[in-house]
Design a protein around this ligand. Structure first.
Ligand SMILES: Nc1ncnc2c1ncn2[C@@H]1O[C@H](COP(=O)(O)OP(=O)(O)OP(=O)(O)O)[C@@H](O)[C@H]1O
Length: 208
């Protein structure tokens, strides 16, 4: 059982929409207010990645067992590796009294809606696919193939983001300062109203 505390915050959006940039800014400006949920993964650590800091690195057998025992809030498989948010990763942050921030994909968002986590759901929308492509190219982390895959996935994610009821707010990240202030304002307005409004499919909705 995930223990109660401030309402967690989910950031979702296509790769390159600016989730990490916004999140880093939030954690830097308010280190005592927000804490990042450390995901599990079965992929190998990259140079410089620390176990328990960037990810909890684990094996497929161990993770599959933990999932089986109901220890995960959401999981997804990407490029043959499992990723997921454990209940204890969220509890670790909530125990400190901080707002737990989760950076998860759409499949994870769908799963989270069936738990008692009751997070604020924020979708970060890129201004356009063309701009998303420009940013991903400028970030210099993609090759032709991964760029194509990310853009293909982005089109589906953008549709999901636009669908009414999937998120509490859709923030267009055209201007970074504006997107950041929209995010802060939304959190400030909503974190005291625990569970009063949930988009469709959330645990408090009537159609679930
Ligand atoms: N408003 C903005 N204007 C211009 N560039 C931006 C803006 N927001 C973010 N960027 C840049 O776009 C790139 C993608 O941003 P970021 O890495 O935060 O995306 P992401 O959604 O976290 O992607 P991923 O899911 O792949 O980690 C980065 O190089 C970032 O500096």
């Amino acid at each position: 059982m995930v223990q109660k505390g401030p309402r967690p915050l989910v950031l979702c959006g296509p790769s390159g929409s600016g989730k990490s940039t916004l999140l880093k800014r939030l954690l830097k400006e308010f280190p005592d207010k927000f804490g990042f949920s450390v995901s599990h993964t079965t992929r190998k650590p990259r140079p410089g990645e620390k176990d328990g800091v960037h990810y909890h690195f684990t094996t497929k057998d161990n993770m599959a067992g933990a999932v089986e025992r109901g220890e995960f809030i959401e999981t997804a498989t990407f490029s043959g590796n499992m990723y997921g948010t454990s209940k204890s990763a969220v509890d670790d942050v909530r125990r400190t009294g901080k707002i737990c921030v989760l950076d998860i994909e759409i499949e994870g968002v769908k799963q989270v809606k069936h738990t008692d986590l009751d997070p604020l759901l924020v979708f970060i929308m890129p201004p356009s696919i063309e701009e998303l492509e420009r940013r991903l190219i400028a970030r210099n982390t993609e090759n032709e193939e991964t760029l194509r895959k990310r853009l293909e996935t982005a089109i589906k994610e953008i549709d999901f983001g636009h669908e009414p009821g999937n998120f509490h707010i859709v923030i267009t990240n055209d201007n970074l300062d504006k997107a950041y202030s929209d995010l802060k304002e939304f959190i400030a307005q909503n974190n005291d109203n625990r569970g009063e409004e949930t988009p469709d499919g959330g645990q408090n909705s009537n159609d679930n």
